[in-house]
Design a protein around this ligand. Structure first.
Ligand code: ZN
Length: 102
C-alpha cells in the first residue's frame, strides 16, 4: 500500500446505516512498520503492535504497548462503572414507578 491521498469522493460507499466518520481525520495516520496497517492515533497503533507483532517489538514499543493497554483498561473500567450505574438507575426507576402506580 503506497501513500498518496485519494480524493474525498474516492472512498467506498457505505452500505446501510453507519456511524458518521470522525469529524477530523488525522493528518498523518500512524502506520504499522510491520504490516503497513494504518491507525487513527499512536495509542491504537501501540495496541495493534502489542497484539499482532508481539515477538518483533523493541523495548520502547513494548513499553508503549503496556502504557496503551493500561489506558485502555482504565477506559473500559470507567465504561463498566457508568453502564452499571445507568442500569441501576433504570432498574430502581422502574421499581419506583411500579410502586407508585399500584
Ligand atoms: Zn501491524
Amino acid at each position: 500500500m503506497s501513500g498518496g491521498r485519494a480524493s474525498a469522493g474516492d472512498t467506498a460507499a457505505p452500505t446501510g446505516e453507519r456511524a458518521a466518520p470522525p469529524p477530523k481525520p488525522p493528518e498523518e495516520p500512524a502506520v504499522c512498520g510491520h504490516c503497513g496497517d494504518r491507525f487513527a492515533d499512536d495509542r491504537l497503533l501501540a495496541l495493534h503492535r502489542g497484539r499482532a507483532h508481539r515477538e518483533a517489538l523493541t523495548d520502547a514499543e513494548v513499553e508503549a504497548y503496556r502504557e496503551a493497554r493500561t489506558e485502555e483498561r482504565d477506559d473500559v473500567r470507567l465504561f463498566r462503572v457508568k453502564a452499571l450505574g445507568l442500569l441501576l438507575l433504570i432498574y430502581f426507576g422502574f421499581i419506583y414507578v411500579y410502586a407508585f402506580v399500584l
